[in-house]
Design a protein around this ligand. Structure first.
Ligand code: GLN
Length: 541
């Protein structure tokens, strides 16, 4: 029997609802429960795949090829439970389903309305694709009071009614702002936010109150009284030094105990040993390395959420602090790359789209290759490494990617056809942009004797993809002659997945996104190895 916990947010956005949900998931998992986490996003895009990274942040890709909200990355990093396409839905997707049903005539001539048709579709999503989970945690995006989120709130209100208290719980995350002139934490915004929820028929069962300082007992009692919840159900959610401390901190404040109490569940205290050891390693590193991340979505670092976390995980594995030096690649068009890159112990060019900033990224690759600095190219960063090698090692002037228009040597080009699970997948060059990239998990065979094979310690791996262009096999022979090894290929040998430079201290480019599968308690081997190389580099400079 699956129990449902609905998590809403109030007062302001960016309170860390995703992290709070992930941390609650981790605590319940620590008590031996099987959990699944889901996100319901009120915006109208069908998925975040077509949104700019600087607006929305990273697009988190699931094994089954879903392009989803970055909160699913938190869920997966905190619980280790692989997210699926069916764990994220948007208003756009709900309406798409409802309108498609209307066109098919499924509503038998009825008038199609928000209640019940849209709310039914939302409820269907909440119930879908669950088997033996003890808990399904559903986070509602946005802030209570937004027009867009009303159908979602109405749907979860109905669910609360259908399921009853024994199977449904409402958790509301709010903010207690500190007003310096009064020297007090204020509870009024929380009271108003709960009032807003009540106006749509939802009485929260538990409040998580974000605050930058301890909440005095009197304030906690006041919130309980005014918001109609028990004193113990007002959980202080204080700022902590590392996100991986959140499960420990929320547990100590009684979060998971209250959830068990709500459902009348007896469960042993959670085993949070692994969180304690991660936090200890983060707090007491034995050294520090600096990694330059050369990309172009610096206006919103959420664009690189999983990447930044995976680098932290690589640091945890090596017992070092990883300092990230975010560099906008366009500055290399005006300034020499050397002064920015020389102090760094490793250089990483992450995923990206479009021509802007490309020459700067190429300059970073060249610097890393020529100066023997560890280089990690991810997706676009691999394509940059191949283009740079084609230009400067093979000597192909004008080598480029067809992503930027026609060029004399398309060493990276669009694939219009490939295999997935024995099936042929095709794309048209002028097709839709949404949901049409090479998406999700693909197997890759590693070449014996390569660095990639040694790092993974296995012959076949599976990693997640999100890109439209591929390294062009026609140039493989020339590139290999010039010193670039194609060390990972798709099982049918058609798609280059990993390149490396043998003899370089550490130079690897991967067509996939390894950062999506890294976890604090299970750091990804490529990140562990890259940071180890950066540690060796730090001893040289
Ligand atoms: N723009 C490149 C492509 O579509 C790389 C994409 C990425 O880095 N995710 O192939």
């Amino acid at each position: 029997m699956t129990r449902f916990i609905f998590i809403t947010g109030g007062v302001v956005s960016s309170l860390g609802k995703g992290l709070a949900s992930a941390a609650l998931g981790a605590c319940l998992q620590g008590r031996g429960f099987k959990v699944r986490l889901r996100k319901l996003d009120p915006y109208l895009n069908v998925d975040p795949g077509t949104m700019s990274p600087t607006q929305h942040g990273e697009v988190y890709v699931t094994d089954d090829g879903g392009e989803t909200d970055l909160d699913l990355g938190h869920y997966e990093r905190f619980t280790g439970v692989a997210s699926r396409r069916s764990d994220n839905v948007t208003t756009g997707r709900i309406y798409q389903t409802v309108i498609a049903a209307e066109r098919r005539g499924d509503y038998l001539g009825g008038t199609v309305q928000v209640i019940p048709h849209v709310t039914d579709a939302i409820k269907e999503f909440v119930y879908s694709n669950l088997t033996d989970e003890d808990f399904c945690l559903c986070e509602i995006g946005g802030t209570v009071g937004d027009i867009e989120s009303l159908p979602f709130l109405e749907a979860i209100r109905q669910l609360g009614n259908e399921l009853g208290r024994a199977r449904a719980m409402f958790v509301h995350l709010t903010l207690l702002p500190y007003i310096p002139s009064a020297g007090e934490l204020k509870t009024k915004p929380t009271q108003h936010s709960v009032k807003e929820l009540l106006s749509v028929g939802i009485q929260p069962d538990l409040l998580m109150c974000r605050s930058d300082r301890p909440i005095p007992d009197g304030e906690r009692r006041k919130i309980a009284l005014f918001c109609n919840v028990g004193y113990e159900a007002v959980i202080p959610a204080l700022d902590v030094g590392s996100i991986y401390q959140v499960p420990i901190s929320y547990h100590e404040e009684g979060l998971d105990a209250q959830v068990c109490r709500h459902f009348g569940l007896e469960a042993p205290a959670p085993d949070l040993t692994r969180w304690h050891s991660i936090v200890k390693r983060i707090q007491q590193p034995e050294g520090e390395v600096t990694i330059a991340v050369v990309g172009k979505y610096m206006a919103l670092l959420d664009s690189y959420k999983s990447l930044a976390e995976a680098l932290v995980h690589g640091g945890i594995a090596n017992n070092v602090k990883v300092k990230l030096n975010w560099i906008d690649s366009t500055i290399f068009e005006r300034e020499d790359a050397v002064q920015h890159l020389e102090p760094c112990h490793g250089i990483l060019v992450p995923g990206g789209f479009g021509e802007r900033g490309v020459e700067g990224k190429m300059a970073a690759v060249r610097f890393a290759r020529e100066r023997d600095v560890p280089y990690f190219g991810i997706c676009f960063g691999m394509q940059m490494a191949v283009i740079e090698a084609a230009r400067h090692l093979v000597g192909l002037e004008g080598a480029s990617s067809t992503e930027f228009g026609p060029c004399p040597h398309p060493v990276v080009g669009m694939m219009t056809e490939w295999q997935k699970g024995g099936q042929r997948e095709t794309r048209a060059a002028d097709g839709d942009l949404g949901g049409t990239m090479r998406l999700g998990a693909y197997d890759c065979r590693l070449i014996p004797g390569s660095r990639a094979r040694a790092i993974y310690g296995t012959d076949t791996i599976s990693e997640r993809h999100r890109h439209r262009y591929e390294v062009n096999l026609d140039y493989k022979a020339d590139l290999e002659k010039a010193g670039l090894l194609f060390s990972g290929m798709s099982p049918d040998g058609v798609l280059p997945e990993i390149v490396e430079i043998p003899g370089h201290p550490w130079f690897i480019g991967v067509q996939f996104h390894p950062e999506l599968k890294s976890k604090p308690f299970d750091p990804h081997p490529l990140f562990t190895s890259f940071i180890a190389a950066a540690v060796r580099q730090s001893r040289l400079v």
